[in-house]
Design a protein around this ligand. Structure first.
Ligand code: SF4
Ligand code: FES
Length: 386
């Protein structure tokens, strides 16, 4: 195996100095009342006993602020599963960070939401699994989730938090994207993140149920473009497209180790939420090293900085500083090699294979009611671990 650079270099061999991260994702727990079959958490979930205590999070937030981080996204799992969430939020605010709470809205009462307001939550991001009760409850694997979420959204508006809706789209719900955008407007959201399922981890176990068709991908792009024009100045729409049907890959994370970092429930520090799928990579832990050391010096963060590491056809491609060779985790998942050109790129030798597989998965004849779903559950993690 080729040694990975601890000092990233460009093609002329000049050292590349990493920029500073603006945002940190703090996954404070993997516990969650929902069981979405596309969850972005790793298939190997962290148990409650391994979670960092609130005091460690307070130190990590201070280190993040010293490093240049401006905002922290407090997420999970469901962050509300931690009884000390308000303490964790307060320590992020004390460190001077803008605090975004990413939640399912399940398990946080109105009184608790007021407490979180006092503690320093600046913004709330609420996930939706559908635009009607049957779909939301089926996809989340949690009966009654829709009613709870709508109640929670009402409290968010009453307390006055700015709101973003997270809408993950896939084959079972893509036709309802116009309704999701309309619902975000009704709920008073300022922003909606329309993210097509990314096929790593749990979602990869559910490809046949969730892979969108090419027609759906084209439809979703058109819906987003039209809505962006119609709602300019009222609702911001962020969009992660269905890249298995695209010509070029997405610039994942805006480039590896360039603008953000993720800290997991046990303190492991990753360049992106799915990086743990790169099984040969060694990740540092914030229990043992400072965030600054990890950001600047660790093997994992330096592995794919700069352009020197890139293979052909990326090396000689004029898009290499636009998409940075695509997504390393997708290269790992499809090509079995995190250093490969992202196989969804039309220049990748694996592209035709990727498209054929995506189209075969998308042609699987299921409906929202009949699709067999592998839900994200701790028990399933144990089964998969054998
Ligand atoms: Fe991006 Fe590499 Fe494809 Fe060029 S060849 S578009 S740099 S992934
Ligand atoms: Fe890890 Fe794209 S999800 S680099």
């Amino acid at each position: 195996m080729k040694d990975l650079p601890t000092q990233p270099r460009d093609l002329d061999g000049n050292p590349v100095t990493p920029g500073l991260p603006m945002a940190m994702l703090a996954e404070i727990t993997h516990r969650c009342p929902l069981a979405c079959p596309y969850c972005s958490n790793p298939v190997e979930l962290t148990r409650a006993a391994e979670e960092l205590p609130a005091e460690d999070w307070a130190r990590i937030f201070r280190e993040a602020a010293d490093l240049g981080v401006l905002q922290v996204h407090i997420s999970g799992g469901e962050p509300g599963a931690r009884r000390d969430l308000a303490q964790i939020v307060a320590s992020a605010r004390d460190a001077g960070l803008y605090v975004n709470l990413i939640t399912s809205g399940i398990g946080i009462t109105r009184a608790r939401l007021e407490e979180l307001d006092q503690a320093g939550v600046d913004h709330v991001q609420l996930s939706l699994q559908g635009i009607r009760p049957d779909m939301a409850d089926r996809i989340s694997g949690h009966p009654g989730s829709w009613d709870k979420k709508m109640g929670f959204a009402g409290w968010v508006a009453e307390i006055g938090f700015p709101l973003t809706i997270n809408a993950v789209v896939h084959r079972q719900n893509m036709e309802r994207l116009p309704d999701m955008i309309a619902l975000a407007e009704t709920l008073g959201a300022r922003r909606i993140e329309v993210a097509t399922v990314q096929f790593h981890g749990w979602a990869d176990l559910n490809r046949k149920a969730l892979m969108p068709t090419r027609e759906q991908a084209v439809f979703a792009r058109q819906v987003v473009n039209d809505a962006r024009t119609r709602l300019r100045g009222k609702l911001v729409i962020d969009y992660v497209p269905a890249d298995h049907h695209a010509v070029y890959p997405k610039a994942c994370m805006g480039g590896w180790g360039s603008t953000g970092l993720n800290v997991g429930p046990d303190g492991s520090v990753l360049p992106c939420h799915a990086a743990g799928s790169i099984t040969w990579m060694r990740f540092e832990n914030a229990r043992d090293r400072s965030l600054s050391d990890i950001w600047h010096l660790s093997e994992s963060f330096n592995a794919f900085r700069g352009t020197e590491w890139m293979p052909e056809p990326c090396q000689s491609c004029d898009r290499k500083t636009l998409d940075f060779g695509g997504c390393r985790c997708q290269a790992m998942a499809i090509a079995g090699d995190a250093r490969a050109t992202d196989p969804v790129c039309s220049k990748s030798p694996l592209h035709a294979q990727v498209v054929a597989r995506a189209e075969a998965d998308a042609a699987t004849d299921t409906t929202a009611d009949t699709a067999e779903l592998i839900y994200r559950r701790m028990k399933k993690t144990r089964e998969l671990q054998g």
